[in-house]
Design a protein. Structure first.
Lengths: 339, 326
């Protein structure tokens, strides 16, 4: 890889922080693992061998008639009859967790929520859905949501900060006052009100939260632009007739990226927290979606089933801690006093 | 006589001093207070003066990095201040600026090729190949090696960086270069090299320089004309030889007197340093701005700014006392 000496020193600084470095790998591992959630926790077999032919029900729907049934609809592999039919003339390979996040286990020995068993490793929730599966999918949706929100709020925040810092003067003054007012709004209440007006789905929630989350980066980016816009090389570019937009992107933005990058893990962290809070209160993702907040809420209302709360808490705590550790390592690596 | 390349008249620049609750303008810094000068094609005009006298501001006004408060700037007879942004952008090709600090004037994240090539991308249509050839050509011209174009600014010394800055300024074949103390942050030995480079380029390309400096010895060596600034005004201007041999304004005299001589016994007359400090440009003294420190002060000096007195052709001074006697 072709890296500048400074970038190399920063990378070394990041690696020197062992906790952050390993946190990054663990987090990446968990995230990649959860991206393949369908292969890990699913109510369809990975592989079906039937009459000498191979089927991949994870990726495709096969009508029941393929396996000798009489229904034209997609085969339900959890149905004992279907299973028997297939196993007579072939075999089934199940994923390690044979439940998806919305699979209801009807064969529970005790009423839901049922405690951990060999079948449901972490028990089931109050609707008989497997907690392990819900955690895996819930982790994935939380992180994906957080990443998307972080991406969009960085774009908006960097653009807003850049415009303010670069043009300064009245633009800066008005924009700053606007941000002060906007950030003074009680975000959670507004989100609750807005979320009760519209039927929230993933993208709606993302938009609503973006309304308030973009402000995190404005300050640092603005400060950096205010500082760099008076550097001689910016003046030289202006004297050459380079346009404002090119100066902002090519000459000033790279300076602001360091500060931005340092903030990203923390923004990701707060995005996940906010989503969980909304889910916990019941104003988040639509009912039925796998969600850590919703699981926490179940844990609260089913104190006699501690595995719900403990499982959700552990996953959340580990995720957030890993992100904080990564953030700290990034911050140290970019610290100008060290590199 | 041919029309001058650059003609500046009554140029003024005030900076607001803000403060208080609503950032209202409370005062203003009189950075440039009515400056007139001309530069002819292929000639060098030097602006000299103490720190804070407005010489750098004047340079930045000329290339319109700052907007003047008042006055006109004519370049090839075209009034720059009435141009649309597009026309101005086209005219920028012909006037460039070299900065004092070679460490802050190059973007540390761009290679030399990107830095020097940026104006070419902007103003010239040509293939990447042609642009690259031009960059090589420019680097050769300022005494750098072609392979230097792939390196970053931090890999160069101060003098080399200043050469890169010069190459960037030359990229569009300008006719006027504002050199804002181009050598004052370099080592003395390097100063001579860079100065000679500037002189060679002037000869080769017919450039005009607005040379801003506080190094009088250097200015004497390179200028056709010299203008001395004090508190935002030009108080004396004339051909370099005439001005250095025959300074008329008491401030110019004091400045020239302050040039160190190798042998103290050769110093003409006694050394009489000026008393007092430069007054604040926020509240400049009325009348002649130099009057609080002037050894020749008379009553009239505190009341009006002296008009222009021409001693020899082209050598003018703004001084009541010297004007009368002259």
């Amino acid at each position: 890889m072709n890296l500048s000496p400074l970038a190399r020193r920063r990378l070394a600084g990041f690696q020197a922080n062992r906790r952050g470095y390993w946190s990054l790998w663990i987090f990446l591992g968990l995230f990649l693992f959860s991206l393949g959630a369908e292969l890990v926790a699913n109510d369809r077999p990975l592989l079906v061998r039937f009459e000498g032919r191979t089927y991949f029900p994870v990726f495709r729907d096969y009508p029941e008639t393929v396996f000798g049934g009489f229904l034209e609809s997609a085969a339900d592999y959890r149905d004992p009859e279907v299973r028997e039919m297939i196993e007579e003339r072939g075999w089934i390979l199940w994923p390690p967790v044979p439940f998806s996040y919305d699979t209801i286990n009807y064969n529970l020995a005790v009423p839901a929520p049922s405690p951990p068993t060999a079948e449901n490793w972490l028990g089931t929730d109050d609707q008989g859905r497997d907690v392990t599966a819900r955690l895996i999918y819930g982790f994935r949706i939380s992180v994906l949501f957080g990443l998307t929100l972080t991406l969009f709020s960085s774009i908006v925040g960097v653009a807003a900060g850049a415009v303010q810092g670069y043009f300064g003067g009245a633009v800066d003054l008005l924009f700053q006052r606007f941000i002060e007012i906007w950030s003074g709004l009680p975000v959670l209440y507004l989100l609750i009100i807005l979320a009760s007006v519209v039927e929230p789905n993933f993208w709606w929630l993302l938009g609503l939260m973006l309304l308030f989350s973009w402000m995190g980066l404005v300050g640092v980016v603005r400060a950096e632009f205010l500082r760099v816009r008076n550097f001689d090389y910016v003046r030289a570019a202006r004297a050459l007739g380079v346009g404002d937009r090119v100066i902002m992107i090519r000459h000033i933005l790279p300076n602001a990226m360091v500060a931005t990058l340092t903030f990203l893990p923390f923004i990701l962290n707060s995005s996940i927290t906010t989503l969980t809070a909304l889910d916990f209160l019941g104003f988040g993702l639509p009912p039925g979606s796998p969600s850590l907040g919703e699981l926490l809420n179940q844990g609260k209302s089913n104190l006699h089933a501690p595995w719900l709360g403990i499982a959700a808490f552990t996953v959340l705590a580990v995720t957030l801690s890993l992100l904080i550790f990564i953030g700290e390592a990034v911050r140290d690596a970019f610290d100008p006093r060290r590199t | 006589m041919r029309e001058p390349l650059l003609q500046v008249q009554g140029l003024k620049k005030y900076f607001p001093v803000k403060g208080g609750l609503l950032q209202r303008r409370r005062d203003r810094v009189h950075a440039v207070e009515g400056v007139d000068f001309e530069i002819r094609s292929g000639q060098t005009l030097s602006l000299v003066g103490e720190t804070g006298c407005g010489k750098s501001t004047t340079g930045k006004l000329v290339v319109r990095l700052l907007e003047p408060t008042e006055g006109t700037i004519r370049f090839r007879g075209i009034d720059l201040l009435t141009l649309s942004p597009r026309e101005m952008r086209n005219l920028r090709r012909e006037m460039q600026i070299i900065f004092q600090d070679p460490f802050s004037s190059l973007n540390p994240r761009l290679t030399i090729r990107q830095t020097v090539g940026e104006p070419l991308v902007l103003h010239e249509k040509g293939s990447r190949r042609e642009r690259d050839d031009k960059v090589v050509h420019l680097l050769r011209k300022v005494g750098l090696k072609p392979e230097d174009r792939f390196r970053y600014p931090h890999e160069f010394s101060g003098g080399q960086r200043q050469r890169v800055g010069i190459a960037r300024a030359l990229a569009l074949n300008p006719r006027l270069i504002v050199a804002d103390e181009p050598v004052s942050s370099l080592d003395v030995s390097i100063q001579a090299q860079v100065t000679n480079l500037l002189l060679d380029l002037q000869e080769e390309l017919g450039l005009s320089y607005l040379f801003i400096s506080h190094d009088l010895g250097l200015v004497e060596h390179i200028s056709d004309e010299v203008a001395v600034m004090y508190l935002g005004r030009i108080i004396e201007r004339g051909p370099a030889r005439s001005l250095f041999a025959n300074p008329r304004h008491p401030y110019t005299e004091a400045l020239l007197d302050s040039i160190p001589v190798r042998d103290p016994r050769q110093r003409k007359g006694g050394h009489r340093p000026l008393s007092g400090d430069v007054p604040s440009p926020i509240h400049p003294p009325g009348g002649c701005p130099f009057h609080p420190r002037c050894p020749l002060r008379e009553e009239i000096c505190t009341q009006t700014f002296p008009g222009l007195f021409e001693f020899s052709p082209g050598h003018i001074v703004h001084c009541h006392v010297r004007g009368k006697r002259g």
